[in-house]
Design a binder for this molecule. Structure first.
Ligand SMILES: [Zn+2]
Length: 203
């Protein structure tokens, strides 16, 4: 478990990486720390799953070295829960840490309560001073009750092995190399009109 000074140091490091002092960062640091502690030693490679794209994915990348790039981190952003799982790629043994909303008292920690229910209101959504003040308050409240708000579950990750490496093919239209899902997949998704995210602009 991280000491108080280690906790603050890693939180500052992730604020820099994340480029914002979001309250989800220190909360995430405590969650990852808790998951590591419960997981204990592992046989294979440490892998991680984030159930949200917000904050937690950055906390995981800095604290565990599981990144999007090395594919040890999977971000299942469509789930949208503020939760993570750390697991052993060898056998899928893992620990899931989530937030137990029932343990967040609206009287004792009102800002934290609103934060996890996304009820902080328009002023805070807009950013600026209101958002910063809210962030400071959330942190104070969190430090007061700390890890009591988390739920820890032992899990077995279903598809825990090394993800399959797809074959590369050359798209006949753009001439670029892309990853081919199967034999029927001949053109890249952009040329096939399924993933066009840009329009070309003339110089
Ligand atoms: Zn193409």
């Amino acid at each position: 478990m991280l000491s108080e000074s280690e906790f603050l140091k890693i939180t500052e490091e992730i604020y820099r990486f994340h480029t914002k002092r979001a309250p989800g960062i220190p909360i995430g640091v405590a969650m990852v720390d808790l998951a590591r502690q419960h997981l204990g030693p592992i046989q294979g490679k440490l892998n991680a799953i984030s159930e949200t794209q917000a904050c937690l994915s950055d906390v995981l990348q800095v604290m565990t070295g599981c990144t999007m790039g090395n594919r040890y981190l999977r971000v299942m952003k469509d789930i949208g829960r503020y939760a993570l799982t750390l697991f052993d790629r060898e056998d899928g043994r893992g620990v899931r840490v989530s937030v137990d909303l029932g343990k967040i008292d609206p009287q004792k920690t009102p800002e934290l309560y609103k934060f996890f229910r996304r009820e902080r209101g328009e002023e805070v959504e807009k950013g600026g001073e209101a958002r910063e003040a809210s962030g400071r308050l959330i942190l104070e409240e969190f430090q007061r009750i700390g890890r009591d708000i988390f739920r820890v579950q032992r899990v077995r990750v279903r598809q825990h092995g090394k993800p399959p490496m797809l074959h590369a093919a050359i798209c006949p239209e753009c001439g670029e190399s892309f990853l081919q899902r199967n034999e029927m997949h001949r053109r890249c998704d952009v040329c096939a009109g399924e993933a066009g995210y840009y329009d070309l602009v003339e110089d």
